[in-house]
Design a protein around this ligand. Structure first.
Ligand code: NI
Length: 176
């Protein structure tokens, strides 16, 4: 089992648009496997490559629909419709969540790990994952989706969490 550390808010790699993948080689397949293990360990329902520090356009997800973990290479959202409010969190902004309004239905295209075309029309929770992960790949964190009031509150919360973490951290953390 191999997992990678998940990058958090403030890490520059999260704010940069990821690179299109030209070739799905063994390295990409291995990365997908590691990302899936990292996602389950977190635990989370989706993980973008730049969340583990790799600036490539791919994400993994498991919406709980019984199809198990899946990977999409070079995903693009073609169309969205409707509206849905949902309490959304992010592994890169740990411990916090916000009510975020987004479109409900999502049409996503991309490739699977075998290079076959993926063409998925989903809604609800599944559609939320697609939008959240695609945002990551474009260099946008969930914090970009917040209202002004939520953003203000979140900055306070993040500061508070950081201070608690700093005071709880002993020098031995270098060994982990
Ligand atoms: Ni996230």
């Amino acid at each position: 089992m191999s997992i990678l550390p998940i990058r958090t808010y403030g890490d520059p790699v999260l704010g940069i648009a990821t690179q299109t993948i030209d070739e799905i080689d063994g390295k990409i397949v291995a990365l997908a496997k590691t990302m899936i293990e990292t996602m389950y360990r977190a635990p989370g329902v989706g993980l973008a490559a730049n969340q583990v520090g790799i600036s490539k356009r791919m994400f993994v997800w498991d919406s709980g629909d019984g199809l198990g973990p899946r990977t999409v290479i070079n995903p693009r959202i073609l169309e969205t419709s409707g509206e849905w409010t949902y309490e959304e969190g992010c592994l890169s902004v740990p411990g916090l969540s916000w009510e975020v309004v987004r479109p409900n239905k999502v049409h996503l295209v991309g490739l699977d790990l075998d290079g076959n075309e993926l063409d998925l029309e989903v809604d609800g929770y599944h559609g939320r994952i697609f939008q959240h992960e695609t945002d990551h790949l474009d260099g946008h964190l969930l914090l970009h989706c917040l209202t002004e009031e939520q953003a203000l509150e979140s900055r306070k919360e993040i500061r508070k969490i950081r201070m608690q973490t700093a005071s709880a951290t002993t020098p031995t953390f270098l060994g982990s």
